[in-house]
Ligand binder design. Structure first.
Ligand SMILES: C[S@@+](CC[C@H](N)C(=O)[O-])C[C@H]1O[C@@H](n2cnc3c(N)ncnc32)[C@H](O)[C@@H]1O
Length: 222
């Protein structure tokens, strides 16, 4: 069985789990427990690695970062190790967070990263806990489109003025029915971030496999 075939079969299974309506916590936890993780390539996003190394964006030199829907935490580890920010990886699935903790254990970055089991939409950030950087890859496209307004509000609520939000906008593939992953466009992010955020950077993906279907967009909170 080819990788692509098994990935397509996993996407169908994931959609069935979400459609069952057991609630996101149960559906995502079941997907993780059953190994239905078609998005997981086993490594960090090359677009993120390139962005943090490129110098194209001035990132905060200290402070706190958040990765909601972090999965196994590959990208949280990159943010911590390259930007030296205290990074929180958050996922609603216990199994994902356990795997992320195992992955980071005994690495050079362990002291800079923590992982939490939590629902992003219930996150309460006290003024002293606000984030300097937030990163979203395949979280926005994983939530139901009806949750996008709440996603935008929560991003604004938990970020410091001047904070950056890195979005790897994916999958840009037209008006495909259903999800996850739900089809997206840059303007879907723009619409829900509203005038509280300005776009400061945009670039096509460097990853051949995703050419035309993924973009890197960075926003700054005003
Ligand atoms: C498509 S996966 C992406 C995982 C990771 N970003 C990656 O690229 O490997 C979406 C992740 O979001 C998590 N998730 C879904 N709803 C969530 C919520 N409300 N709060 C936090 N995490 C959530 C799922 O458990 C899953 O791990």
């Amino acid at each position: 069985m080819s990788d692509e075939f098994s990935r397509d079969a996993q996407v169908l299974r994931l959609r069935e789990l979400i459609a069952k309506g057991a609630g996101p916590e149960d559906a995502w936890e079941t997907a993780w427990k059953d190994g239905v993780t078609p998005w997981d390539r086993g490594h960090a996003q090359e677009d993120l690695v390139e962005l943090v190394k490129s110098g194209s964006v001035e990132f905060p030199s200290n402070g706190r970062a958040l990765v909601p829907g972090c999965g196994k935490g590959y990208d949280a580890a990159i943010i911590a190790s390259h930007l030296r920010l205290q990074t929180v990886g958050m996922d609603i699935s216990t199994t994902a967070v356990e795997e992320a903790k195992r992955n980071i254990h005994s690495s050079d970055t362990e002291s800079l990263v923590s992982f939490q089991i939590a629902d992003f939409f219930s996150l309460k950030a006290e003024p002293e806990d606000l984030f300097d950087l937030v990163y979203d890859y395949t979280f926005f496209c994983a939530i139901h489109p009806s949750m996008r307004v709440s996603w935008g509000k929560k991003m604004t609520e938990i970020a410091k003025p001047g904070a950056l939000l890195i979005t790897l906008v994916f999958p840009i593939d037209g008006e495909r029915e259903g999800g996850p992953p739900y089809s997206v466009k840059p303007e879907f992010y723009r619409d829900v971030l509203g005038d509280k955020w300005v776009q400061i950077f945009e670039k096509e993906t460097n990853d051949e496999t995703f050419r035309g279907r993924k973009k890197v967009i960075v926003w700054r909170k005003v």
